[in-house]
Ligand binder design. Sequence first.
Ligand code: NAD
Length: 389
Amino acid sequence: MKRKIRMGMVGGGPGALIGGVHRMAAALDGKIELVAGAFDIDPAKSRQLGEELFLDSARVYDNYQAMIDGEKKLAPDKRIDFVAVCTPNNWHFPIARDFIEAGFHVMCEKPMTMSLAEALELRQIVEKSGRVFGLMHNYTGYPMVKLAKDLVASGELGTLRKVVAIYPQGWLARPIEREGQQQASWRTDPKQSGAGGCVGDIGSHADNLAEYITGLKLTEVCADLTSFVENRALDDDCNCLVRFENGVKGVIYASQISIGEENGLSIWLYGSEASIEWHQEHPNQLLFKPIDGQTQIMSRGNGYIGAKSPAAARGSRIPAGHPEGFLEAFANHYRNFAETILLKEAGASVDSLVGDFPQIDEGVRGMAFIEAVVASAKAGSAWTKLPQV
Ligand code: NAD
């Protein structure tokens, strides 16, 4: 059981956005080692990155099918344990399916698939296989998000009433996809992105964050989607009223035309006794506002955080006041994912702290959210139920 986990990657080639983050985050705790990849749709670029990363050239492949074939031929103690899928959305389903069916574990980027139907099919395949499937909804990896979840669960907010989750960005305020900007090009193309634009790309993160912290399922949405940039095929702005289980109500909005905003994912949770406020761009602090007391600034890494939330303490690596951020949150999911693989291999059980990373069900829920939002908007912002899947 004491060994490094061997990682492969599909996507994340030269100039890609998130593949490099996966590589850094997976390596952070020294438990995972990148050994293989099919990094780019262009095989020459895949080889270029393999050389830059000093990988064995025999394990840098021209495409993902060649990677499956090549890795299967290696001895079990050499071949990859899992693949990280870091391609545009349209590739997630076939790549995840084929690696799972070939016996590998998978860490997949979000949104998990192109449709709810694909997501449900993938869940069946994952469940049948017994392989470990992780989904990179990275924002639930932050310690203070885990604290928020534990504060809600222990009743410190009283009865939860309202949730506001927002994810504003401004980088798509101009039609940069027409200038060939790589990340904009595929994100604004329904064939590569799916039925949702902004809602799928970042609205799905806000939805996942809200469901994670509250522990409640979203049941209904009333959504307004807009493509503010002329001739853009997908939404670049998304405003939703939402209803959760237990009568909790709220608002989720996401936007990619909000000039000046960078990655402003934020959440407010309002209960009968207290409320919580957290901002991704200042992730080490969480505001706790009791009804009859002063607002408290809770700060990551302090002993009182661990006393309230073992998950937050486990997710912190360095002392209070030394900022942790995006990479560490990512790394928390990778560490739990890797430990889960090892525990399963040893036939041991996985406790709730180690099992605390997004998995196949979160992917299915995410696709249900995207499809319900798109359906609601198409029906003139009609209240639309999410299938409870
Ligand atoms: P990107 O365009 O920057 O990079 C995509 C990479 O995949 C490129 O190197 C491309 O050549 C490669 N690729 C495409 N098809 C391939 C294939 N069939 N085989 C091998 N490589 C292939 O995209 P990105 O912005 O990095 O986004 C990738 C995925 O990550 C998307 O699903 C996106 O939604 C997700 N993402 C998640 C986060 C997060 O915070 N969790 C942030 C950014 C992106």
